[in-house]
Design a protein around this ligand. Structure first.
Ligand code: ASP
Length: 358
């Protein structure tokens, strides 16, 4: 294992990128209180040592520590670095597959980001990029990290006929596409997949496989990765009892590029927001409407006609919709610079309109 220069390793290998999270966490009193811990304390090389004994000796692993953070602090700059590393590694002929160890808090964002920016390249090159993490710190009794890491390495390295390259996630012995990954429980061991279609590793459900292929067929091309410091400013606002017009007016004057509105139920927005939202949209601020429920679909013109300039997020949650809108705004800007008259709505629709795997 090496944590230095990828280019130095010419032999075929699985690349394991460490980003941090609970999988690399340490609890000070693991037996008494395993949920009081610091994430991002153990290096990825040491995580691999925990599973080395059960990995076939002919499988070469190369580890690189990209960061070691609690993913609640995930930054847009780090997303850029992760994306660029994945792109470069996919192009490296020696890299057969990639595993990323990541905190579960924002793995949903990184999953959508990688799927939208690297998914097509992974598919074309026939390589699997696999996100994983853990709910218990590395020194807790019954820590789930080693098993998840092992599962991710297997998924990245096992040649499976008919299973396309792409961006996936593996947790608790199950696999899903990274775009479907969501943490829907604060503490449960299988929290990161609770809201996601999943299939046990090694027992690929043929209908699930069809879904993967359907998504990849619709996905026309990867979106560009925003450069560090060039991510558009987008915030998420939740509609709730007692919502105020002033909140929208405040953000309208902030210099923001877009707002993701997590509405109630099917994505309904409080009446008090309607007039200021029209004002905000007229200033060119991009608006996305999604649901605060955390699952299900937000369809356009449902439960009522959309405000002009406001787009429904389809099946993507508010945190994912925020990343998707940032990528869409950036992609439209890049396209316009080379004279292509594409809008952020064109790019956002490529992500939001993907078929669901159910
Ligand atoms: N706070 C941790 C993180 O996201 C939670 C986890 O990894 O499960 O880094």
């Amino acid at each position: 294992m090496s944590s230095i220069d990828l280019k130095a390793t010419q032999a075929p290998h699985i690349l394991v990128l460490g980003v941090g999270g609970t999988i690399a966490g340490i609890a000070s009193e693991p037996d008494n209180n395993p949920l009081q811990y610091r994430a991002g304390q153990v290096g990825v090389e040491d995580l691999l040592k925990q599973v080395q004994a059960v990995i076939p000796s002919e499988l070469k692993l190369v580890s690189v520590q990209l960061a070691n953070i609690d993913s609640r602090n995930l930054s847009e700059s780090l997303l850029t670095q992760i994306g660029n590393s994945i792109k470069a590694s996919l192009d490296d002929i020696a890299v057969q597959g990639i595993v990323i160890t990541h905190g579960t808090d924002t793995i949903e964002e990184t999953g959508l980001f990688l799927q939208a920016t690297c998914g097509k390249a992974a598919e074309k090159l026939g390589k699997r990029v696999v996100l994983t993490g853990a709910m218990l710190p590395s020194n807790a009794p019954g820590a789930d990290g080693p098993n998840n890491l092992l599962g991710a390495i297997r998924w990245a390295s096992t040649p499976l006929e008919n299973c396309p390259g792409g961006v996936y996630a593996v947790f608790s012995g199950k696999v899903c596409m990274a775009k479907d990954l969501a943490k829907r429980h604060s503490t449960a061991l299988n929290a990161p997949l609770m809201d996601s279609p999943a299939s046990p590793i090694g027992l690929i459900n043929p209908s699930w496989l069809f879904g993967v292929k359907a998504v990849e067929a619709v996905w026309s091309e990867d979106l560009p990765i925003p450069q560090e410091g060039e991510w558009p400013w987008v915030e998420i606002l939740m509609s709730h009892a007692g919502a105020r017009a002033e909140t929208i007016a405040h953000w309208g004057g902030s210099g923001i590029s877009g707002l993701v509105l997590a509405g109630t139920g099917m994505g309904g927005l409080h009446e008090a927001w309607k007039t200021p939202l029209v004002e905000v949209a007229s200033k060119g601020i991009a608006l996305i409407r999604t649901s605060r429920t955390g699952s299900g679909i937000t369809d356009s013109d449902t439960p009522e006609k959309d405000l002009s300039g406001c787009m429904a997020a389809g099946s993507i949650s508010a945190p994912r919709a925020r990343i998707a809108l940032q990528l869409a705004l950036n992609a439209a800007k890049q396209a316009n610079l080379v004279g292509k008259p594409l809008t952020w709505q064109d790019f956002f629709a490529r992500i939001a309109d993907l078929p669901e795997i159910r």
